[in-house]
Design a protein around this ligand. Structure first.
Ligand code: SF4
Length: 271
């Protein structure tokens, strides 16, 4: 069972710090007035180079009860959507995540996922669930760069092909609930060649791109792309014929923005 340790509000997001019985603190975020972003692991084994959640690797998986407790301990009456986009890679705690998925669906909630797509076997299974949206986080356009940014990841070409094969079976309307995410990091993955390739991948898959903005955080040595360059990248993709969305205001917050969820937060909140 989880215990609510603290609730931190800013104007837009409400971050829940929840304590496990073995004294770890994990986080979930209520945002957009109707959505709860839940965690699936304590720490994360994927150890993405840009993410606070995976800074110290995996501590352990969350149990089914701990996943649903994040919902049970929150503003339940206002929640219509659950997104698995908090701490952890949902596919790497797959049995418990799947069980929680069906629990949430039975409650009439819409459930969506952010995933790196690893392992591919579980990704395939996820694609076939009655989900309400999947965003595949790619963040790089070739295997070499992707491995640097997402150390524990599937073979990039195989992943894209798996996604493509699934998408090809869907109607245009259904495809709209799928997208790829690309976290723009200054001088790391923001060259015109990379953006061009990103546009090619999106057009090949026939999905939109969620162009995310990197949130700077202590201990991570990357820089945020200035607004002007970020908007330029957005226009570049748009001009290439890609449906692209920018990081929304909820995802750029210090509290609960992309890649900022963590265990042992207090030290960081004051920075
Ligand atoms: S971005 Fe997601 S998969 Fe990567 S380390 Fe963070 S929580 Fe894990």
């Amino acid at each position: 069972m989880l215990k609510v340790k603290d609730v931190i509000n800013d104007q837009l997001n409400k971050l829940y710090e929840l304590e496990t019985t073995d004294s770890y603190t994990i986080e979930s975020v209520f945002y957009r007035g109707n959505t709860l972003c839940v965690s699936s692991q304590v720490g994360c084994p994927v150890e993405c180079a840009f993410c606070a959640s995976g800074m110290n690797g995996l501590i352990r998986n969350l149990s089914f009860e701990e996943i649903i407790d994040q919902y049970e301990n929150s503003d339940k009456e206002n929640i219509t959507n659950i997104t698995f986009a908090g701490i952890g890679e949902p596919l790497l705690n797959w049995d418990n995540v799947k069980k929680a998925f069906f629990y949430f669906k039975e409650k009439g909630l819409k459930v969506s996922f952010y995933t790196t797509g690893f392992p591919v076997k579980n990704f395939k299974e996820l694609l076939n669930l009655p989900h309400n949206g999947i965003t595949l986080s790619i963040h790089a356009v070739n295997e070499e760069k992707r491995k640097k940014l997402i150390p524990k990841s599937a073979d990039f070409d195989k992943l894209i092909e798996t996604f493509k094969q699934h998408l090809d079976k869907l109607s245009k309307r259904k495809k709209k609930s799928y997208s790829i995410a690309y976290l723009l990091i200054k001088d790391v993955n923001d060259s015109n060649e990379e953006l061009k390739k990103l546009a090619e991948i999106a057009k090949y898959l026939q999905v939109g791109v969620s162009l995310l903005k990197f949130n700077e955080i202590e201990g991570i040595n990357f820089k945020t792309t200035p607004d002007e360059e970020y908007e330029k990248a957005f226009l570049f993709l748009k001009n290439e014929g890609v449906k692209v969305t920018l990081s929304n205001k909820y995802r750029t917050r210090k509290i609960g923005g992309c890649g900022t969820l963590m265990i042992n937060r207090l030290k960081f909140l004051n920075t």
